[in-house]
Ligand binder design. Structure first.
Ligand code: SAH
Length: 399
């Protein structure tokens, strides 16, 4: 049995939570001593002890738990999770019936009603991401709900809750049959090799699906393409398939090279015709400048925060500088695809970074397209920070 705790929140937080904001922030709580064991059910009350909602105690970087229902009588059990999963599935019907796309998100945390719980689909396999010990304490109920509502070959899981909110290394297999990795999934007909049991990441970031499609269909034909922070080279593969003359992928991680070769080969492309460089992008900028190399299409998709031996990069602080260096190696009338998933940078701020970078470099620019999360990464208006992805296609005109 789960313990049930009455938690009192201050007036300001009460007003916010009543609008549907699901995150229980630490500072909101007036009686924090009652919070002991993660996974406890929290009845959230205002300063007059009026009921606001029910949630669970689970410490994540952003808060100490999530409200999951505003019905005072609702139990958080397997039936509850099953109902939420069923609704989530309804929202992905189109993707589920699309034979050309076999990898997408089926359950997106608070966007589907339960903060801290994410489920991705990879061609018959599900990957459950647990973002706190609190949500993990519901594991049996969630698995029961998954068995009831989803057909699967196998289930894997990612525990993302060590002290720093990081992934905990483990055998991630849960049940069903084990996959044979790398396995091939499809996205708008493009093939990607993924491994569901090799660390926190699988080999593809599912939230960039629409951006990859745009790059392939509208920006690559005949282009010299540069992919910065390329990871497994997914953008490069799409660009090559879209007719790029040549792609250059740059990532500091050693393993990015074999992984990128693998993605090209999964699409019957000759990886030896492409350039795959293991290096710090800031080093590569210097190299490209020396060689006077310029590109028609440059994708820039850094992590929100990264530390290498030489420097730390923070999107909030350093993106403008990164763009200025990118402009240097972009051709006249070339296109920069600038992306960030930093929740510390909102759309307005990001647009300002672009404006400042172009201004300081003395180039005119035109925003051709703008992307946010695709529909399967469901978000709610009451929690704008959940809508973290910002991508701009920027055409730069040099003099
Ligand atoms: N654009 C990729 C995802 C990028 S993930 C895609 O869509 O698939 C961020 C990547 O940045 C990681 O692979 C990491 O190794 C790399 N990285 C972090 N700091 C870097 C740096 N200074 N130079 C080059 N790559 C870096």
């Amino acid at each position: 049995m789960k313990t049930l705790i009455n938690v009192k929140v201050n007036k300001k937080a009460a007003a916010k939570l009543r609008t549907g904001y699901p995150l229980i922030e630490k500072e909101a709580i007036e009686n924090p001593k009652v919070l002991k064991e993660e996974g406890a059910i929290l009845r959230i009350l205002d300063d007059k002890k009026n009921y606001i909602g029910t949630g669970y105690y689970g410490v994540q970087n952003k808060g100490v738990g999530w409200i999951v229902t505003q019905e005072p009588e609702e139990y958080i059990d397997a039936a509850f999770f099953a109902k939420k999963i069923e609704t989530a599935v309804q929202h992905r019907k189109e993707l589920m019936n699309d034979p050309n796309t076999t990898a997408f998100r089926i359950f997106n945390g608070e966007g589907d009603g339960i903060g801290g719980l994410i489920i991705d689909y990879y061609d018959g396999f599900y990957v459950i991401h647990w973002y706190s010990e609190g949500i993990y304490s519901f594991r049996e109920d969630v698995l029961k709900a998954v068995r009831e509502k989803l057909d699967f070959k196998g289930i894997y899981e990612k525990k993302r809750f060590d002290q720093k909110g990081q992934y905990i290394e483990d055998d991630d297999f849960v049940e069903g049959e084990r996959g044979e990795f790398p396995m091939i999934v499809k996205e708008n007909g493009v093939r990607f090799a993924v491994d569901l049991n090799d660390g926190a990441m699988t080999g593809i970031f599912l939230d960039q699906r629409e951006v990859r499609k745009a790059i392939r269909e509208r920006y690559s034909s005949g282009a010299g393409m540069l992919n910065m922070f390329s990871y497994t080279g997914a953008f490069s593969v799409c660009s090559a398939l879209g007719g790029a003359k040549k792609t250059t992928s740059v990532d500091v991680a050693n393993r990015s090279k074999p992984k990128t070769i693998q993605q090209f080969e999964a699409n019957d492309l000759d990886a030896s015709q492409q350039e795959i460089i293991v290096d710090d992008v800031f080093q590569y900028f210097k190299y490209a400048a020396r060689k006077e190399r310029t590109f028609d299409l440059v994708v820039v998709d850094p992590p929100s925060f990264a530390k290498t031996k030489k420097r730390t990069f923070s999107a909030a602080k350093d993106y403008t500088k990164l763009l200025k260096e990118t402009i240097e190696l972009t051709k006249h009338n070339g296109v920069i695809v600038a992306s960030t998933n930093s929740s510390a940078v909102d759309v307005k701020t990001f647009k300002q970074f672009i404006k400042t970078a172009c201004k300081e470099k003395g180039v005119a620019y035109d925003i051709l397209e703008q992307y946010a999360l695709p529909d399967d990464f469901r978000t709610i208006a009451a929690f704008p920070e959940g809508n973290y992805l910002k991508v701009f296609f920027v055409k730069v005109m040099k003099k």
